[in-house]
Design a protein around this ligand. Structure first.
Ligand code: COS
Length: 382
């Protein structure tokens, strides 16, 4: 649902203030502790951030994709670890249920997801199925009134906090590729589920990823999401939306970095003048700003198309591809403009430089996006 302009502006303004007043002062602490403080997560719940994309009848804000992107631009202006707390509930963890769930499934789970009392995770990736996500090996074999899950999932965001996993597993071992895969709603407290320790990562400290193993986990038949064999398409459509969301996040981080660069270049003096007077520094700021504006326009235009009901497979891939590569270049220039100060921890630039690296990898690598863009362009004839 699209909010009226006034309500939308109020929401964006509230998130902007929350980011600058509550989250930014905690960035270094969150990275150091590798955790977002519980009271802050409580404030996120109160703001409705866990339910941005959940229908109103289940307690969410039911934002249009365009409005969700406007909120996520603001969330990008701080460490991405904060967004990760509610990111799976808004995106890949919940959207399979929103798009493909039946009324009983939605009524059971969506209110907790919208409120943030139930965290969700999206369990697609496996040790042998990363970019080739149709190759999932986790089995879900029908046995009476339940599917029995066996296998493991890799690098699953928020797995240790999750109350509910959306799991893609092979329900028909005779069918290779995506057609043999179904999606399941799997409560995390079912017997036979083990969540591994958090991985040590390059960046986004405070956001956690874990492996999950399923050992003869009995998942009731009524927990299947969509039809048998539809799981790969569920995952792909969830990712289409997720890619727009990540594109918006990349734009937000880039806007933050550009603002930091402008502030620093205005203060820092060399050769008797502020760095901002030097045209070679200005060139870096100009390139970052231009590319960021282009990414913002691409993300918003693609979001509007999705809101209008169009097929946005190409647009989502293009937005995620361009925006994630763009923020990588912006972060690199930020380190260059800050010089030595960009390389030491005190200024936070090196932290964001590490944080943004994963944007080119998760929810589909740049190379997967290129593949999708090329295929779709050829399918559309140009
Ligand atoms: N929406 C709906 N259906 C889709 C779809 C989409 N976005 N993308 C693919 N499909 C359908 C296809 O239409 C095809 O259906 P039919 O069999 O009925 O023709 C089926 O799914 C298989 O599609 P395709 O042949 O394109 O599958 P591939 O195995 O070639 O995989 C890529 C395509 C590589 C694009 C896909 O595996 C992918 O996106 N990988 C990256 C996964 C990812 O992002 N992982 C991150 C994990 S979450 S952090």
């Amino acid at each position: 649902m699209a909010l009226d302009a006034e309500t939308r502006d109020q929401l964006v303004d509230t998130v902007r203030r929350f980011v600058s007043e509550r989250l930014r002062p905690l960035e270094a602490q969150v990275a150091e502790a590798n955790a977002v403080p519980e009271p802050i997560i409580g404030e996120m719940r109160d703001l409705g951030l866990f339910g941005l994309s959940i229908p109103e009848e289940y307690g969410g804000l039911d934002l249009s994709m365009e409005d969700e992107c406007l909120v996520i631009f603001e969330m990008g202006r701080t460490s991405p670890a904060f967004r990760s707390e509610f990111g799976t509930n808004v995106g890949i963890g919940s959207q399979g249920l929103v798009m493909f769930g039946n009324d009983e499934q939605k009524a059971k789970w969506l209110p907790g997801i919208a409120a943030g009392t139930t965290v969700t995770s999206f369990a697609l990736t496996e040790p042998e199925a990363g970019s080739d996500s149709a190759a999932v090996q986790t089995r879900a074999l029908l046995d009476g009134d339940a599917y029995v899950l066996n296998g493991s999932k890799r690098y699953i965001t928020n797995a240790a906090k999750a109350g509910l996993f959306t799991v893609m597993a092979r329900s028909n071992p005779d069918v290779k590729g995506g057609g043999g895969v179904s999606a399941f709603l799997v409560p995390s407290d079912l017997p036979g589920i083990t969540v591994g320790p958090p991985e040590k990562k390059m960046g986004q400290h405070g956001a956690q990823i874990h492996d999950i193993t399923f050992d003869n986990v009995r998942v009731p038949v009524e927990n299947r999401l969509g039809a048998e064999g539809e799981g790969f398409k569920v995952a792909m459509q969830v990712l289409d939306k997720g890619r727009l969301h990540i594109g918006a996040l990349c734009v937000g981080v880039a806007e933050r970095l550009i603002a930091d660069c402008v502030a620093y270049a205005g203060e820092r003096k060399q050769f008797g003048q502020a760095l901002s007077n030097f045209q070679l520094v200005q060139a870096m700021i100009a390139d970052s700003k231009t590319e960021c504006m282009a990414a913002r326009a691409l993300v918003l235009e693609s979001a509007r198309k999705r809101d209008g009901g169009a097929n946005i497979v190409l647009e989502a891939a293009a937005a995620k591809y361009y925006a994630s590569e763009m923020v990588g270049r912006v972060a690199d220039r930020a380190v260059q403009i800050f010089g030595g100060a960009g390389y030491v921890a005190d200024y936070g630039i090196e932290r964001l430089y590490r944080d943004v690296r994963i944007f080119r990898i998760y929810e589909g690598t740049s190379q997967v996006q290129q593949l999708v863009i090329a295929r779709e362009t050829m399918k559309r004839g140009g």
